[in-house]
Design a protein around this ligand. Sequence first.
Ligand code: GDD
Ligand code: MN
Length: 397
Amino acid sequence: MPIQKNAAPARLVSLVLPTYNEAANLEKMLSRLTELFAQYQFPYEIIVVDDNSPDETWKIAQRLADERFPNLKVVHRRTERGLATAVIRGWSVASGEILVVMDADGQHPVEVLGELLGQIEAGADIVVASRHTDGGGVSDWSVVRRFLSRGAQFLAMALVPSVTRQVSDPMSGFFALRKSVIEGKTLDPVGYKILLEVLGKGNYSKIGEVGYVFLEREGGESKVTSKQYWEYLQHLFRLSVQVGDLERFLKFGVVGLSGVVVNLAVLWWLKEQISLPLWQAATLAIEAAILNNFIFNDAWTFQSVSRREPGLAARFARLVRFNLICLVGAAINLGCFLLLTQVFKVHYLAAQLIAIGVSILWNYTLNAVLNWRVNSQNSDSQSQSMLVKITTLFRST
Ligand code: GDD
Ligand code: MN
């Protein structure tokens, strides 16, 4: 929903453009933004944060600020490097009540900004431009690039489910928020993914999304190298500890181990003492382990969530979902095992170890996201249907 022209009382918008070697794109970007803000008659400032780019983007930015764009501020960081920290630096010198970030290379379509601000005006705390919602997508990415992007997203869902479940595109670098969301919070991201940090630590209740197509770069080149993947992992682990997701994941693992003991004990008892046929004994042993795991996960691992939804009916619903997810997990385990041993000729013990790892990730992530529905610490936001978000992960775009 675009902003009404002359909407009053309008609040100042501070838009941060992080740059590193964007000399080829900056002026075009600034012209487009200026035009858009003029069209909406919105008070604004643009803050370029440049990390001492070798192509002297900072110098060009400063000249443009002096000669053509009076609403432009330039922050020149001489020693620090990194997209996420650059954004925080920009916001820290912002005077606006509404904060925005977008790429300076033309990959984020400027028109979408109107919709982001429109939703903020309508009461949202954070509005994210998303590739994975209606109207969203990527231009012509190869299958490999899409797969890597989805893999990175699944990893985030496993390590910080309480954060990623808030939006369909938690990796987006294009979003708007009210300043109050991050006021008084300590953000300390590593690498690129500033939105994860905002969602994990911010104070918000209403989130909006706007679909957009991630365009191809106009000039220059992407700054993503293997270093950024490494930083991404570091960031996920750190955030996972900070928001309490890692603790939950470890508890889930401990409960899983207790399930193994229950499985073996029940199997032995049914076979040796009750003399059931082996397949019956094995099936019942699996179900016993699932029941055991459910009881402890509900009472311990996901305690904070279960407490919010007490009552027999709710508990039973969680048990049924847990059962279903774990049964699919068992099928995934078997599928992985067969694929690795039969097709890739991996040693059967190594194959089983990998298969167990994959199915644990599956069981944990789906249970955290779909069953107990963990939320990030400060937010009481009602996330949109999570099933929608899980399915977006497997959509073709
Ligand atoms: N100040 C500063 N310092 N800016 C940086 C740095 C840095 O170390 N690294 C990158 N930037 C700037 C770039 O100049 C560009 O304006 C923006 O950050 C995005 O960098 P790209 O290298 O073009 O990233 P990308 O195209 O691979 O990924 C973008 O799109 C993703 C998908 O929405 C980023 O915006 C991601 O954050 C986003 O998730
Ligand atoms: Mn880019």
